[in-house]
Design a protein around this ligand. Structure first.
Ligand code: HEC
Ligand code: HEC
Length: 223
């Protein structure tokens, strides 16, 4: 009997260790079988119409969770203007939430198509944009990044051919949908020298790095 209990205990510990390692090694977005890469670029303006109809009543006009129907669970609401929150999320994680829901957030898989869910996710993404800062990001990008990553973000800039690795293609939806602003910030700050990506820690201020990231996201969706 004792041995049996011991075996059960060892089994439980083993399972826990396995679960913890799995959670650490598999990026959250890769586990989500619900995520379907859209056929065409998501449209933020189409997303706004969907947002106004289905989401505004809880998430509110400004996206900070001030909608009428959200009063009951005010403390649980997320603020889409909160950059610390937004920068650690990927569009794929948002898509998964919208599709499957997460109580009290309702599931939309029966009400919206995959394309419509991407559209609304990218409308939410635009809450991070401030027009003048986005213009600044574009300027830094054109001056410092486009020669490798291409003016349209496709990774085919004039200097791309001279590098060990191909510069990332920011129009590649499959790659970008599970990317996060925080991950990009790290790559831009420290560079990936062996691959040919320079570090911009000293060449762009922190603010300029965040603005350039918001510009990079505009390669993924349409207005
Ligand atoms: C009945 C109110 C309600 C409606 C309607 C609603 N939401 Fe939510 N939503 C919530 C609540 C509450 C949360 C916070 C709980 C959570 O994060 O899981 C949330 C969280 C989210 C999140 C953040 C998920 C995360 O990573 O934490 C996203 C994205 C989101 N909603 C998108 C939408 C979209 C898009 C729509 C419309 C298609 C919508 N919601 C409609 C209540 C609602
Ligand atoms: C000299 C060429 C070059 C320049 C200039 C350059 N990059 Fe890169 N960048 C690369 C290469 C090559 C990679 C691919 C590295 C790899 O494969 O791991 C890369 C990778 C990246 C990544 C990581 C990939 C990802 O999807 O997260 C980001 C983000 C990035 N670059 C942003 C920028 C930004 C922003 C600028 C301008 C401020 C810039 N790069 C300028 C060559 C360049």
């Amino acid at each position: 009997m004792r041995i049996f209990k011991l075996l059960v205990a060892i089994g439980l510990i083993g399972a826990t260790v396995l679960a913890i390692t799995a959670a650490r090694t598999i990026p959250a977005s890769d586990k989500k079988e619900s995520v379907v890469v859209p056929e065409s670029k998501p449209s933020a303006s189409n997303g706004k119409a969907i947002y106004d109809e289905h989401c505004l009543k809880c998430h509110g006009e400004t996206g900070s969770g001030e909608g009428e129907d959200a009063k009951k669970f005010k403390n649980e609401m997320k603020d889409f203007n909160d950059q610390t929150f937004m920068r650690k999320e990927s569009p794929a994680e948002f898509f998964d939430k919208v599709k499957k829901g997460d109580k009290p957030m309702p599931a939309f898989k029966d009400d919206l198509t995959d394309q419509e869910m991407w559209d609304v996710v990218f409308y939410i993404w635009t809450f991070q944009n401030k027009d003048d800062l986005l213009a600044q990001g574009r300027q830094s990008y054109d001056e410092k990044c486009s020669k490798c990553h291409g003016a349209s973000g496709d990774g085919k800039g004039p200097e791309a051919g001279d590098l060990e690795e191909e510069p990332s293609d920011f129009t590649d939806l499959k790659q970008m949908l599970s990317n996060t602003s925080n991950d990009m910030f790290e790559a831009i700050t420290d560079g990936e020298k062996d691959e040919g990506m320079p570090a911009f820690k000293k060449k762009l201020s922190k603010g300029e790095r965040w603005n350039v990231i918001n510009h990079i996201w505009t390669f993924v969706y349409e207005d």
